[in-house]
Write a protein that binds this ligand. Structure first.
Ligand SMILES: [Zn+2]
Length: 280
């Protein structure tokens, strides 16, 4: 799964010790990924790795080598070129795409949480970049991951796909939505599919997950069985939603016909391809 599997030991027990983190940063082999407002910095199809700075956050150990991430802000790196994460996902080796996603989520969280949500004062970085602490009111803030259910709905023979109003014409995908407070994942699956398509889910089971660093979601993939009712887009989000026959999805997956599916690096596409393989 793209954006998953960094292969890092996050060293969660050791990274709470500032002296240990300093020693890791000073290791001659220590390296840092660079992210700026323009994206992840790359060189020759790989992530650009340079010496970490004092401001770098610690990501983990890669076969014993300390790996950090540096936020360049509006600065430029001395070499390479920046790329958006979607572009990087298709160009980088899998482990490096996962590293880029991890770094982007963590650095993005720091950028958006400079002030305490409880009292409004400036917060300080702790735990090698895995916590922010408010010295004024004592609140500890931890990096957030927002759960999203993404659901492959079938009536046994057909697959439910929808098109968001702001997507390119003829692009379709499985439906997704944020989990709300007080919901189980299964509740969120039932509610989302009912809200967006007017279809009743009878049962749902978990398939797989994907970190989704736009900016900090976790996509939780489900397979759901529905009663086969007639879908209708009853949410302002969707322009269209309908059942697709396997032959129509197969054509779309092969780049034939008039329908476009999500790119191969997404869990959405993995869910769709998995359904096709099972239907074949
Ligand atoms: Zn505070």
């Amino acid at each position: 799964m793209t954006f998953a599997g960094t292969g890092l030991d996050r060293a969660a027990a050791q990274r709470t010790r500032p002296d240990w983190v300093t020693a890791q940063r000073e290791e001659p082999a220590a390296r840092a990924l660079l992210l700026s407002e323009r994206g992840i910095w790359m060189e020759n199809g790989r992530v650009l790795l340079v010496r970490p700075r004092d401001s770098s956050v610690f990501l983990g150990l890669a076969a014993g080598v300390p790996v950090f991430a540096t936020d360049l802000g509006d600065e430029e790196a001395v070499r390479g070129a920046p790329a958006g994460l979607r572009e990087a996902a298709t160009e980088l080796p899998a482990e490096e795409a996962a590293l880029a996603a991890y770094a982007a989520s963590l650095l993005g969280w720091h950028r958006r949480h400079r002030f305490c949500a409880n009292c409004g004062r400036r917060t300080e970085r702790r735990d090698a970049g895995h916590e922010r602490h408010c010295p004024a009111c004592g609140t500890h803030h931890f990096p957030r991951t927002d759960p999203v259910v993404i659901v492959r709905v079938t009536d046994g023979a057909r697959l439910l796909l929808g098109r968001k109003a702001d997507w390119p014409e003829r692009r379709y995908s499985v439906l997704a939505g944020y989990v709300e407070p007080g919901e189980t994942l299964e509740d969120a699956v039932r509610r989302e599919i009912h809200e967006e398509a007017g279809v009743e889910v009878l049962s749902a089971s978990y398939v797989a997950s994907q970190p989704w660093p736009f900016p900090s979601s976790l996509m939780l993939g489900f397979h759901a069985q529905a009663d086969g009712g007639e879908p209708r887009p009853n949410d302002v989000e969707l322009a269209d939603v309908r059942w697709f026959d396997p032959s129509e999805v197969e054509d779309a997956a092969a780049g034939r016909g008039g329908v476009f599916l999500p790119p191969p690096f997404t869990i959405a596409r993995r869910l769709i391809d998995g359904w096709l393989a099972a239907a074949a």
